[in-house]
Write a protein that binds this ligand. Structure first.
Ligand code: IFG
Length: 527
């Protein structure tokens, strides 16, 4: 009896001791590095003892005056100042590192890091971020942001302390092309909304924003040689409201804003289908010489270029010529989807000719997966959305595949039957379904080495404003970003949903109107 009493006393002491340790760990000082929620998950994050504390005296030191590294330092300072209230300065390092400061260094290090990777060392007295290229530094800065308490993302002053746990992160992406798409044709989105979307995907280390600039319901980019495209073709949108368009100056402003966040703009002019806005703007483009009516419904597949008229190809050369001139990125997206009223024997030579126009402009072609039915130009990419056999056909022609499976990555799909926004032709896509797939095994015949990357499209037939956009895009976009960045094996929902739940406070701090999926234990982690 005595022994049992002794035992139970010992057990009580041990349990109490453990609980006290738990309370200390969960207390004010941040969890250790491995328990923080970084999205996308880094390749490796090794916790060390201690924490770094950012104070009003902390300086961001950069290894060179001016240029990209200075801009990245300014970007980080701008993200830290509002919530801390510190006047964080950016200075050129004087060489010796001093305590309490952050150091950004461009230096050729481990080539495994590539152009977008980074190495982050957090000691209790110094943060040191190194990368081979500026894009890597920029990605490392997003991780630094995610290591601070969630309140760091608030636009108003929050109580500190501003501590991050010590450790070393060695990180780089798995896929080169990690993107989102915004359909500004069905419903137009102003420049500021596009910029906010760009800012938010940059936080998750995405590097492509695909803009769907034309469709049956609207033409959204100024083409100087064909002004009716915007004056007529850009005048409406789904539902009949006033549409809108970007002047070339505004488009260039978006491109610059994206480039400052190491995001490439991929502009899409969809053809030969999804082209009613152009056909309504110029009678001469139509086979019968008559302009079509503007269309504000949500049907698809009813329009087509007149592939037999030479003026069609002059038109396409003109529009892609002007678009290429204001698009520094390597890609022009030619669409190619749902050309239901273009005969295949007309579709194939048409798309072949359009690819020649694009490659002559020094750009690479991206098209929806139907373009795999044509002779793909070198370095082209097939964007898999609906037909796996088209993706395989693209691979067989040596093309790369961008994975955008509608049943997993279409952000306009309803979460479930209760979601008022969105469509459901590809099924309901709850937060787990948009995460629980492996791009490298989804389509037999499309292996990891065939995949350029992943892109999550938001079609806007039913999305008219930023609040609705954020509700549909978040949190599913975070999962896509995780799949596109992290090393295999792909998503394990059980692990990811906890990491996502811990991110809830950050989404709130950024005032993102995200969908609070019931599948995610948000409440366990929201303060
Ligand atoms: N498919 C159409 C889009 C849009 C979408 C809505 C592609 C490539 C359905 N084409 O997806 O224009 O209508 O979910």
């Amino acid at each position: 009896m005595h022994l049992i009493k002794q035992n139970s006393k010992l057990r009580l002491i041990l349990v109490t001791g453990f609980l006290i340790l738990q309370v200390i760990a969960k207390g004010n000082s941040p969890a250790d590095l491995s328990r923080l929620s970084i999205i996308p998950k880094p390749v490796s994050a090794i916790p060390e003892k201690g924490n770094f504390t950012l104070t009003k005296n902390s300086v961001i030191f950069v290894s060179a005056q001016g240029g990209e590294i200075h801009s990245i330092g300014n970007f980080l300072a701008a993200k830290l100042i509002p919530a801390t209230g510190f006047g964080t300065k950016v200075k050129v390092t004087a060489g010796k590192q001093t305590s309490g400061n952050i150091y950004l260094t461009l230096a050729s290090g481990d080539e495994k890091l590539g152009e977008e990777g980074y190495e982050l060392s957090v000691k209790s007295n110094i943060i040191s971020l190194k990368a081979n290229k500026p894009a890597g530094l920029f990605n490392g800065v997003q991780t630094i942001r995610q290591l601070f308490p969630a309140g760091i993302e608030s636009s108003s002053k929050q109580p500190g302390p501003w501590q991050i746990p010590a450790g070393v992160i060695f990180d780089y992406p798995q896929y080169a092309y990690r993107g989102a798409m915004l359909d500004v044709a069905r419903h137009f989105f102003q420049v500021n909304d596009v910029k906010r979307f760009i800012d938010l995907i940059a936080f998750y280390k995405m590097n492509v924003m695909h803009l769907h600039l034309s469709d049956d319901q609207g033409w959204r980019i100024e083409i100087k040689k064909w002004p009716n495209l915007t004056s007529i073709g850009g005048s409406k949108q789904v539902g009949g409201g006033a549409g809108g368009f970007y002047t070339q100056k505004q488009y260039s402003d978006i491109v610059k804003y994206a480039a400052e966040r190491y995001i490439t703009i991929v502009p899409e002019i969809d053809m030969p289908g999804h082209i009613n806005a152009a056909m309504a703007s110029y009678p001469e483009l139509n086979c019968n010489g008559k302009a079509t009516d503007l269309y504000t419904g949500t049907e698809v597949g009813f329009s087509s270029f007149c592939t037999s008229k030479e003026i069609t190809y002059q038109f396409i050369s003109d529009i892609f010529g002007e678009l290429a001139a204001i698009t520094p990125g390597p890609y022009l997206h030619i669409g190619g989807d749902e050309s239901h009223v273009t005969k295949l024997e007309d579709y194939i030579p048409f798309v072949n000719r359009v690819q020649q126009i694009v490659t002559k402009l020094g750009k690479k072609v991206i098209g929806w997966d139907e373009i795999a039915l044509t002779s793909l130009s070198p370095n082209s990419a097939v964007q898999y959305w609906a037909k796996a056999e088209n993706a395989v056909k693209g691979v067989k022609q040596g093309a790369k595949v961008i994975m955008s499976p509608a049943a997993n990555s279409y952000l306009d799909m309803k979460y479930d039957s209760t979601t008022s926004l969105g469509l459901f032709w590809a099924g309901f896509v709850e937060t787990d379904k948009s995460y629980n797939w492996d791009p490298s095994t989804l389509v037999p015949g499309v292996e990891k080495e065939n995949i350029l990357g992943i892109e999550a499209p938001l079609w806007t037939e039913t999305i008219t404003n930023m609040k609705d956009l954020e509700y549909m895009v978040f949190p599913r976009l975070l999962g896509i970003a995780d799949l596109a960045w992290r090393s295999a094996p792909a998503g394990n929902w059980g692990e990811y949903k906890i990491r996502l739940a811990k991110h809830g406070a950050r989404l709130k701090a950024m005032q993102i109107d995200y969908y609070p999926s019931k599948l995610v234990p948000w409440g366990d982690y929201l303060k």
